[in-house]
Design a protein around this ligand. Structure first.
Ligand SMILES: Cc1ncc(C[n+]2csc(CCOP(=O)(O)OP(=O)(O)O)c2C)c(N)n1
Ligand SMILES: [Mg+2]
Length: 361
């Protein structure tokens, strides 16, 4: 391929945006059809998530949560996309994608139990089509291709949607999953939340490609790059991708350009060692809540009172949820073994007997 051809391909992937940094509509014809209530609901979810994120970070510091990957900065990317889903669609999340599965129906206390590594946190309520948040980078892409193909074979009017990061897009599984989904025309949507870093490795060091969206080309599927700080653009792109998938027009790769304000996880990385404060400032100016708040205020759909209501609700819910998580029975080894398989293999049966005896003492 000549350099010219590469440039032609790359230049097609411009960032799709509806609201600019000041909350002004820059792409009226792309405006999704959402009612005033739906617009307010999107804002509520983003404000709620930011508060819960702050509370979770503080609970983690107090030793009251386990694994936690902060989400501030990524609210539009996470919640705009989830908002486009039907209740029966499938979500295959990564470890950071807890807000999406909570708004899809996972009770908050279970999300906290998941954070603590408690088995009850991974037991999805009946009817909630969500897989356990994936820790293995990129593994959920292949699983999504499989789930989507299953939905198609069963004649369901639903899609499988997955989230990974820029780091996930550097894994072999990513290409394999997209390629398979494309080949079988499976109703899958792959979202790559490009927050510019895989822990400390910048996206520029992970790939020579100018965009992650263009990686769709080789898989023969649709690809789009979206302003991930613009909740309306993320919603619109996901909704369109979902419709295409259900119409038999194939999978879509959506790259959302976003940023995590906090550390990678609460396990102790220090972002000031791998990110400049200039870059932090540049992205803080794009904040998804600030721009959407301006847009809604202009329409008379948002004010301080509404904001405070959501803040108080989020604080109260977190308090309640952590109390409920604290009340969960202490996890036993037999619980872990018992929930792994429908029929226990011989070696685990043996361990089960040993631990049952031990725990009954
Ligand atoms: C297969 C695999 N390799 C390495 C790791 C260690 N690891 C955990 S998070 C992470 C970075 C992922 O970055 P990205 O996909 O951009 O997601 P983000 O954390 O930025 O949301 C790595 C390398 C892992 N969990 N799995
Ligand atoms: Mg990343």
């Amino acid at each position: 391929m000549s350099t010219k051809t590469l440039e032609q391909v790359e230049s097609q992937f411009e960032t799709f945006q509806i609201l600019d940094e000041n909350g002004k509509v820059v792409n009226e014809e792309a405006m999704p059809e959402l009612s005033d209530e739906q617009l307010q609901e999107l804002m509520k979810r983003m404000v709620y998530t930011r508060i819960w994120d702050q509370r979770a970070i503080s609970l983690n510091r107090q030793g009251r949560l386990g694994f936690y990957a902060p989400v501030a900065g990524q609210e539009a990317s996470m919640l705009g996309s989830q908002f486009a889903l039907d209740k029966e669609d499938w979500i295959l999340p990564g470890y950071r994608d807890v807000p999406q599965i909570v708004f899809q129906g996972l009770p908050l206390y279970q999300a906290f139990l998941w954070s603590r590594g408690h088995y009850e946190g991974g037991q999805m309520p009946d009817g909630l089509n969500v897989l356990f948040p994936q820790i293995i980078i990129g593994a959920q892409i292949i699983q999504t291709a499989g789930v989507a193909l299953g939905l198609k074979r069963k004649g369901k009017e639903n899609i499988a949607l997955t989230y990974t990061g820029d780091g996930g897009a550097s894994q072999g599984d990513f290409y394999e999953g997209m390629n398979f989904a494309g080949a079988y025309n499976a109703p899958a949507v792959f979202i790559v939340q490009n927050n510019r870093f895989a822990i400390s490795v910048p996206v520029e060091k992970q790939s020579a490609a100018k965009t992650i969206a263009q990686k769709a080309v080789a898989a023969g599927i649709e690809g789009i790059q979206v302003d991930g700080m613009d909740v309306l653009a993320v919603y619109k792109a996901t909704n369109d991708a979902r419709k295409r998938a259900l119409a038999g027009e194939g999978p879509t790769l959506i790259e959302t350009l976003t940023y995590r304000y906090g550390p990678h996880t609460m396990a102790g990385d220090d972002p000031t060692r791998y990110r400049s404060s200039d870059l932090d400032d540049e992205w803080t100016k794009k904040d998804p809540l600030v721009r959407f708040r301006k847009f809604l205020e202009e329409k008379g759909l948002w004010d301080e009172e509404k904001e405070n209501e959501v803040v108080e609700q989020a604080k109260a819910d977190v308090k309640e949820a952590i109390k409920k998580a604290d009340a969960a029975p202490k996890q036993k080894v037999t619980d872990l073994i018992g929930f792994m398989f429908e029929d226990l293999p011989a070696n685990l049966r043996e361990q089960m007997e040993q631990y049952t005896a031990k725990e009954s003492k």
